[in-house]
Design a binder for this molecule. Structure first.
Ligand code: AMP
Length: 355
């Protein structure tokens, strides 16, 4: 396999942890440095000034004019010379595109075969369902439904273009305008999900192929514009103004979960790991996130997952209440990635965590 080939050319005691300068990259390089690795950031020219403020954490900047340059010969060979292992984060696919993301000729920490599943809303929800994880009801555009639905477009673009609708006619009207605006090509790509009532909670996990266990590293709530802002506007006024909520993430809020919910939440994470191992061997590697709504009866339903590090982990750069219980030292998700790589090197099992 080609990862093994690349690794044969690498000096394994001189690995560099590399990622795109965005999303959770500062956490990733901070964790890598703490674990004694060299680091590299691929950075957009106009953001270089910002990331250079943290140059103590970055051994090499690879400056690009657009993210799509990641897959070019120049960038790939520069990173290979550094013995780079690439860490994909939540914005990776959105920035470089699915084809480059999946075929990047560098060892990737994580399961790259999951990217094609993540890009397809229908495949995504099927994977959760096959894992035995409770999910909301789903419908196709044109089908009748009860209550309110949230419409999701292909690819995760931070909720961009999503809308809420009350009737199939409203769905048809809104999809038509999204097609006209070029947001989507085919209405069948749109997934309608039952709009769940409750509080949103995002669980951060880490699956370790080296230790053979799944850890819960934290949880957060996303602060989303303007659906969270609308809470300040009395409902009557918002209806009068015809306000259509958007779900653009502007930040994250920490969350300590009721301890009685933790066994079920960890079990959901383990079910997800098992499903990926069955369907996409060797299965998920490292960080992933299940996104939930917890209702008034404490029923947890998962409406989405991310197979990579999510930005909510940035809250816990110095460790979370849960990671401390496993590690007794400040263990962010970024540092946990580097720790897994270090353990893998020590045990001669690097190919277990790379694809
Ligand atoms: P997603 O791209 O799936 O993470 O969705 C963006 C945001 O939409 C989430 O963070 C939630 O606030 C909201 N959302 C998504 N799916 C649902 C659902 N089925 N019910 C209620 N809210 C949802």
């Amino acid at each position: 396999m080609y990862v093994e080939e690349v690794l044969r050319e690498y000096e394994l005691d001189m690995l560099t942890i590399a990622t795109l300068a965005s999303h959770s990259s500062l956490q990733i390089v901070h964790g890598a440095k703490t674990e004694g690795f060299r680091t590299a950031l691929v950075v957009l020219r106009d953001r270089f000034w910002f990331y250079s403020q943290f140059s103590r954490l970055v051994d090499r900047f690879v400056v690009v004019d657009s993210w799509s340059e990641l897959c070019t010969e120049r960038v790939v060979s520069e990173l290979r010379e550094l013995n780079a292992v690439f860490i994909p984060h939540g914005s990776y696919i959105e920035y470089v595109g699915l084809d480059c993301a999946a075929s990047l000729p560098l060892p990737i920490f994580g399961l790259r075969s999951l990217y094609r599943v993540e890009a397809d809303q229908w495949a995504k929800i099927s994977l959760l369902r096959e894992a035995g994880i409770p999910v909301p009801r789903v419908y196709k555009a044109g089908e009748s439904f009860e209550g309110v639905v949230i419409a999701k477009l292909p690819g995760a673009k931070g909720g961009k273009g999503y809308f809420v609708a009350r009737t199939p006619q409203e769905v048809a009207r809104k999809i038509e305008s999204l097609v006209r605006l070029g947001f989507i090509k085919d209405p069948s790509e749109v997934l309608l999900q039952e709009y769940l009532l409750g509080v949103t909670a995002y669980f951060h996990y880490f699956h370790s192929p080296i230790l053979g266990r799944t850890e819960i590293l934290g949880a957060d709530i996303r602060y989303e514009s303007d659906v969270d802002g609308l809470r300040r506007v009395p409902v009557a006024i918002s209806l009068e103004l015809g306000l259509e909520p958007t779900f653009t993430v502007v930040g994250n809020i920490p969350l300590a979960l009721r301890e009685s919910l933790l066994p079920e939440i960890l079990e959901l994470g383990m079910k997800f790991v098992k499903a990926t191992q069955g369907k996409l061997p060797p299965g998920i590697i490292g960080p992933f996130c299940l996104e939930s709504v917890i209702d008034r009866d404490l029923k947890i339903q998962i409406f989405e997952f991310s197979g990579r590090i999510v930005a909510g982990t940035n809250l816990y750069i110095d460790g979370s209440p849960y990671s401390y219980l496993y590690w007794e030292e400040p263990m962010s998700t970024g540092r946990r990635i580097a720790r897994e790589l270090r353990l893998a090197i020590e045990k001669g099992q690097l190919s277990k965590v790379l694809t």
